[in-house]
Design a protein around this ligand. Structure first.
Ligand SMILES: Nc1ncnc2c1ncn2[C@@H]1O[C@H](COP(=O)(O)OP(=O)(O)OP(=O)(O)O)[C@@H](O)[C@H]1O
Ligand SMILES: [Mg+2]
Length: 478
């Protein structure tokens, strides 16, 4: 389907950013005009109407919030997208509340811009009425219980929507905590089986000796302890969906039996003679590389092909940092309500630390971090102190190698490296309560080297959170 094209105004004081967006959007067929600042934008907007305005929020003359307000006043249908630095998502949320259609956090990738612009144009041309921020985000960035704004998650949603209604087996792969179980539930909810049972079985958690009876049931007296007939999980899931979680953990002997059931669509309980028909949709999930397991001979190839009809990969959180604000906001509200707290926001510094963290435990780890922080914090705002496990070099560094940090428009390497160095040093100082000798040790540099860097980067006590406060001891040496 062809995407709609439109009249777009780009407002940014930074020339490279204007050019980067203009070149790309023109290539996509849009008619583009650019304004080098807020004042220029206001003048242009009075002359003609735009479908979409993309404006930086922080500009020296007139800021993006004013551009947004004026745009909405002049033509309430114009869709405004605001651009912010990633640490200031609160301003982005404020802009959404003031009527912005969406926000982009720097550095962003070009396919993210395309996605947001296309949707903004669709919205403009459909002329839909304004919905509240939460409902809006819910609709576009949510599928069942899965949240995601990033292009990779939007692609996951597309696949789920397309394959949900069918009966084909789906293989979900992804690291621990990426939402495989939620995706399986979404598939079920999207199918005609939604009002039928959804049964999840963790293949790794059931002892081998019990697995067959758990899956297929048993008849009374078939083995010691089988005091009565028992229905297996396959039958429990009859007419519904069965999630075979951690499917790579299945012992090979069980793999053979499972394959037979999938082929014949019949189960025979342990100790029984009659086979019973079962109609289940199979969804399998794993965080292992099944192809490698097949090569090693620990997973049967024929079963693999049975399960791998439609394959869906859940991307790790570090590959989609733009989902963080949405998820943080979601978990914040969830746990604040659950624990009866008034915590309403995350301060920019803490947000930045979350953005830089590489999340080996993915969304589950984020969820745990937020819950802990909500419980432990005394104020209505989560600061960096609420996340004691973040902020060190050990957690910040891997994100550098895993995240594509260079936007197509390029960047100023020296400045970026300096900023990074500054934030690492500051976080080391915060970790040591301002003690420079300790901080130097943590960073593996000499005291002299640290002192040199502090003066080169102009870091003073005021930059270090807590140093001016009351609870941290003063620096050990002056
Ligand atoms: N996209 C998402 N939006 C909202 N919540 C999510 C998302 N992804 C995961 N979660 C939450 O994170 C936690 C882990 O998700 P889930 O159990 O689906 O992961 P998983 O991939 O099955 O992990 P594992 O391999 O460890 O079993 C759950 O509490 C889930 O609600
Ligand atoms: Mg799981």
């Amino acid at each position: 389907m062809a995407q709609p094209t439109g009249d777009i105004l780009i407002v940014d004081d930074e020339r490279s950013m204007r050019e980067f967006l203009a070149i790309h959007l023109r290539r996509a067929g849009h008619r583009v005009e650019a304004a080098p600042g807020g004042n220029a934008a206001l003048a242009t907007m009075k002359e003609r109407e735009f479908d979409v305005i993309i404006t930086d929020l922080r500009m020296p003359d007139v800021d993006g919030m004013v551009v947004l307000e004026q745009a909405k006043k002049l033509h309430s249908d114009t869709q405004v997208i605001v651009v912010t630095a990633f640490a200031t998502t609160e301003t982005a949320i404020a802009a959404m509340k003031a009527g912005a259609y969406d926000y982009l956090t720097k550095p962003f990738k070009i396919d993210e811009v395309s996605l947001v612009v296309d949707r903004a144009l669709e919205r403009r041309f459909l002329g839909r009425e304004n919905l509240a921020l939460r409902d809006e985000i819910k609709g576009r960035y949510r599928l069942d219980r899965l949240l995601g704004k990033s292009p990779p998650m939007q692609r996951v949603f597309d696949t789920l929507r397309k394959t949900g209604p069918g009966r084909a087996s789906v293989l979900l792969i992804g690291e621990s905590g990426t939402g495989k179980e939620l995706a399986a539930r979404a598939l079920h909810e999207l199918s005609q089986r939604a009002d039928r049972p959804f049964v999840a079985v963790n293949c790794g958690a059931i002892p081998e000796t019990l697995l067959e009876s758990e899956l297929f049931g048993h008849v009374k007296g078939s083995f010691t302890g089988a005091y009565a007939d028992k229905q297996g999980l396959f039958e429990a899931a009859h007419t519904g969906t069965l999630l075979l979680d951690e499917v790579a953990e299945l012992p090979v002997a069980m793999q053979v039996k499972l394959l037979r059931v999938l082929q014949e669509r019949k189960v025979k309980p342990v100790g029984g003679v009659v086979e019973r028909e079962v109609d289940v949709r199979i969804v399998a999930a794993t965080n292992r590389d099944l192809e490698t397991e097949v090569e090693k001979g620990t997973f049967r190839q024929d079963l693999f092909y049975r399960l791998d009809v439609i394959r869906l990969r859940l991307p790790p959180l570090r590959e989609r940092r733009e989902d963080l604000p949405l998820l943080v906001d979601h978990f914040l509200r969830k746990f604040a309500a659950e624990h009866g707290r008034q915590v309403a926001s995350v301060d920019p510094e803490a947000m930045q630390a979350l953005m830089a963290y590489h999340f080996p435990g993915n969304v589950r780890e984020l969820e745990n971090l937020i819950e802990r922080a909500v419980i432990l914090t005394a104020s209505d705002r989560l600061t960096i102190d609420a996340f004691p496990s973040l902020g060190g070099l050990a957690v910040a560094a891997p994100s550098l190698t895993s995240a594509p940090l260079v936007p197509e428009s390029g960047l100023d390497l020296e400045r970026v490296v300096e900023d990074f160095e500054r934030s690492i040093i500051i976080s080391a100082l915060e970790r040591t309560g301002g003690n420079r000798t300790e901080a130097a040790r943590l960073l593996g540099v000499s005291f002299r080297s640290l002192r040199y860097r502090l003066s080169k980067l102009g870091i003073t006590g005021a930059d270090v959170a807590g140093e001016a406060g009351d609870k941290t001891p003063p620096p050990a040496e002056g």
